[in-house]
Design a binder for this molecule. Structure first.
Ligand SMILES: Cc1ncc(COP(=O)(O)O)c(C=O)c1O
Length: 393
């Protein structure tokens, strides 16, 4: 059997139609398959490779950490320099109330930790989330994702969850003194790149404060420069009580985090002691890689290049078959009439050397979420391939 057949036979599948490209090398904004074909990566492993694939400084940091130590102890017991340094650097670039970082292995685990922290701190049990929001695939995260289609087969899930309509002012009245936390994506990612208005986000913040409810903002896709600011919530001038990070946080290595105030976070360490624990969360190699990537993001000022690239997308993605382009920073959902049409364009793009994908809750939209390091020439070429692919349908 060849590698593709072994993949289908022995690697548990997530769908009946995986892309199944056999990638042998990744560099910057490009992927190379086993036949030597070169692809522009327009999705960055789904919003992960914000500083590009295998940035030399990230690779160097991983090598250095490998020479020192890998796993030495479960999370939270030893003083591990990569964790401490990265937590320190992140908090230097966050509002002062977000000064304690709990590292996890993934985004979903960051969400699980945030939900537990909110329950522990408020003593309340109800959680509010939003329709068309995605927060992960573990049972707690699954309980709050905003689609019955994905939840239903796995019931019973967590009790006490309500799903409101994102951006509805009226629905904010459902947030009460019984609500432990509201969990919202700062920008709805899998809904097809849908930002809220500043007025709504501020009204949500106000309602949470009035009712003593913690506001959790999921920045797992919106964070790390994607939106044109370091953190998505900066656009709306609100500060969450807890934020979650993942995806690009590890510079290509698995890493998530939930971040809050030390006064809240310490409650997870007491009554019960070890209220939230993990063996591998904040793995030193992942933290070293993530910190190097974060430094690249800052030193290369990647966020400054985003407006020009956003304008390029606006200029180039015009075609009678494109219904709309939903954009926020270097992040877009190109809307077609149907999933079928979108999928045909994606498949044609892949044939022509461009990797894209669709969105979970917006399957008629083509995903644009490339490394922030993508050059304007590469982005321009990517837009040409999309337009040509539509024309060839
Ligand atoms: C907004 C958001 N939250 C949470 C998650 C879950 O992260 P992970 O897949 O690392 O568990 C994702 C993953 O796509 C996401 O997009």
């Amino acid at each position: 059997m060849n590698l593709r057949q072994l993949f289908l036979q022995h690697v548990a599948q997530t769908s009946m139609a995986p892309l199944a490209l056999e990638i042998v090398r990744a560099e910057g904004c490009e992927l190379f398959d086993a036949s030597g074909k070169r692809y522009i990566d327009l999705i960055g492993g789904i919003s992960v490779a914000n500083t590009g694939h295998r940035h030399p400084k990230v690779v160097e940091a991983i090598r250095k950490q490998l020479d020192a130590y890998m796993h030495v102890m479960v999370y939270g017991e030893f003083v591990q320099s990569p964790q401490v340094q990265y937590a320190h650097l992140l908090t230097q670039h966050l509002p002062s109330s977000l000064n304690s970082v709990y590292f996890t292995n993934s985004g979903a685990e960051a969400i699980e930790g945030a939900m537990k922290l909110a329950k522990r701190v408020t003593g309340r049990t109800e959680i509010i989330a939003f329709k068309d929001s995605y927060h992960g695939s573990t049972q707690g995260a699954l309980s709050i994702i905003g689609s019955e289609y994905w939840r239903n087969a796995f019931r019973p899930l967590l009790p006490g969850i309500q799903h409101l309509t994102y951006h509805s002012f009226e629905d904010l009245a459902f947030i009460t003194e019984h609500t432990a936390c509201v969990i919202a994506e700062t920008v709805q990612a899998e809904g097809g790149v849908k930002p809220p208005t500043k007025e709504w986000m501020q009204a949500l913040r106000k309602r949470c404060t009035e009712t003593g409810t913690l506001l959790v903002l999921d920045e797992i896709q919106a964070g790390f420069g994607r939106t044109g600011k370091l953190w998505g919530f900066e656009h709306f001038e609100v500060i969450p009580d807890i934020m979650t990070l993942g995806k690009a946080l590890g510079g290509g290595m698995p890493l998530g985090a939930f971040i809050s105030h030390v006064g809240l976070m310490n409650q997870l360490a007491d009554n019960p002691v070890l209220g939230h624990i993990t063996t591998f969360g904040g793995h030193p190699v992942c933290c070293a890689a993530g910190m190097a990537a974060f430094q690249v993001l800052l030193e290369e000022n990647l966020v400054a290049g985003i407006p020009a690239k956003e304008a390029l997308l606006k200029r180039r993605l015009e075609h009678p078959d494109i219904k709309a382009v939903h954009k926020f920073g270097l992040w877009a959902a190109v809307e077609f009439d149907s999933f079928e049409q979108c999928k045909k364009v994606i498949d044609r793009c892949i044939e022509k050397g461009l990797i894209s994908d669709w969105f979970l809750f917006a399957s008629n939209c083509l995903r644009i979420s490339p490394p922030l390091t993508i050059s304007e020439e590469q982005l321009d070429r990517a837009c040409s391939i999309i337009i040509e692919s539509i024309d060839e349908m």
